[in-house]
Ligand binder design. Structure first.
Ligand SMILES: Cc1cc2nc3c(=O)[nH]c(=O)nc-3n(C[C@H](O)[C@H](O)[C@H](O)COP(=O)(O)OP(=O)(O)OC[C@H]3O[C@@H](n4cnc5c(N)ncnc54)[C@H](O)[C@@H]3O)c2cc1C
Length: 382
């Protein structure tokens, strides 16, 4: 993306500066994917971010897991996750085609496991709920688990396969999106947006992650997550290929293997706003990880980091116009799911901007006015 600093007048054209038709606030995966889609449709797009890619996506594991993340009481969110995951193969192929960047998209699937009998009992309740929704969860005996992943601890009592839950590397995804957006003609301005301006004929998309609350008043709050990154001592690929999501003595942990030898171990879920890494969290994550996959004890610990998920009161994203501001679209609050939800969010918001998707039923449960009962009856599209 062409980059303009605060005082620069640079842009795609040397001629008179034309006001953007779309101003995107935030160059995380959500803002960049929207910028890419809109610019590819021929719209003039400017993206503002003082630190592109520095938000939650820098910490995220990159699981694309609508099945393993289908939790009780989140039926509508599960539908959106499933739809976005369905779009991921095409999205990944298109992005790679547009940029030549390998974004680490992998399709080996996800193994969900329980270490002890109690862990397995807890996991089975969730797996039967997921199966009840018609999601593809296949129960596996311990022997079948170890056929798939011999490196799992012999103590693991049982598990299930979510074959359609894939993964991508967010640290490759975001630069690829930035390049794709730039090639499509979008311009990046490396300064923050401090407040929303008055309506000026264009559309503003607030895709600022946790920064959305200060700009819009929407109920987006930071939810802290700590993760670790391990690396194989010889730099070769890890000794397992599936994403592993486990319950280990009551501790929830996931292990995400990357071709480059990295394993992401996560994550805590804390109602805190700081990004300090605590010794206790590292201890709990490492203990659970090694309980499930003993060879990880031999890996190098190369990074400990914390990030802030943009959470909402119902754990679901906020997509669409702000009440009373049809020119300002929210694309935020993606909480634990911003990576998997990137394709569908970009398509839905672009559809709102071009006018081709204003009545898409996928949007209805995620409108911004669901948190403002007084404005429920207002016709935001008129
Ligand atoms: C520990 C952890 C693990 C995760 N694992 C997964 C996972 O496995 N799968 C998954 O789908 N999701 C995962 N997530 C969630 C995912 O990272 C987020 O939902 C996603 O990054 C949200 O994308 P975003 O673009 O909305 O926000 P962000 O990635 O947070 O980016 C927001 C951008 O906006 C910019 N910004 C903020 N305020 C302003 C402003 N005023 N002006 C201009 N720019 C501004 C920031 O600098 C930043 O670059 C995880 C998150 C964490 C913390």
């Amino acid at each position: 993306m062409l980059t303009r600093g605060p005082s620069s007048t640079g842009g795609v054209n040397k001629g008179p500066f034309l006001a953007p038709q779309v101003t995107v606030v935030g160059a995380g995966p959500i803002g960049l994917a929207i910028a890419w889609r809109c610019a590819a449709r021929g719209l003039r797009v400017v993206v503002h971010d003082p630190a592109p890619g520095s938000g939650a996506s820098h910490v995220a594991a990159g699981m694309l897991a609508p099945v393993a993340e289908a939790y009780f009481g989140e039926h509508e969110l599960t539908g959106l996750l499933t739809e976005s995951a369905r779009r991921w193969p095409g999205f990944a192929a298109e992005l790679t085609e547009a940029t030549g960047v390998d974004i680490g998209y992998r399709t080996e699937g996800t193994l969900m496991v329980g270490l002890t009998a109690d862990d397995l009992a807890e996991a089975r309740r969730l797996w039967s709920y997921q199966q009840g929704l018609g999601l593809p969860v296949s129960l596996l005996r311990p022997s079948q688990l170890r056929e798939r992943e011999p490196a799992l601890a012999p103590r693991v009592r049982g598990g299930a396969l979510a074959a359609t839950d894939h993964q991508v590397d967010p640290r490759r995804l975001v630069p690829a999106l930035r390049l794709a957006a730039a090639r499509a003609g979008a311009v990046l301005v490396t300064e923050p947006v401090r407040q929303l301006s008055e309506p000026s004929g264009g559309v503003t998309v607030v895709a600022a992650g946790c920064g959305a609350a200060a700009l819009t008043g929407l109920p987006v709050r930071p939810v802290k997550g700590q993760v670790l990154r391990l690396r194989t001592p010889d730099g070769g690929p890890p000794g397992f290929r599936h994403v592993i999501r486990g319950y280990a003595d009551g501790e929830h942990v996931y292990l995400v293997p990357r071709e480059c030898g990295e394993v992401v171990v996560g994550a805590t879920v804390e109602e805190r706003t700081d990004v300090a890494v605590s010794a206790g969290a590292v201890l709990r994550l490492l203990r659970a990880a090694v309980d499930l996959m003993p060879e990880l004890a031999e890996y190098d610990l190369v990074e400990t980091i914390a990030g802030l998920r943009p959470g909402t009161p119902d754990n679901a994203p906020i997509l669409g116009p702000l009440p009373g501001r049809p020119d300002v679209l929210a694309a935020t609050g993606h909480h634990r799911h911003g990576i998997v939800l990137t394709p569908v969010t970009a398509d839905l918001i672009t559809g709102l901007i071009t006018g081709e998707g204003t009545d898409d039923p996928l949007l209805t449960p995620f409108r911004a006015d669901r948190f403002h009962p007084d404005s429920k009856e207002e016709d935001l599209w008129s």
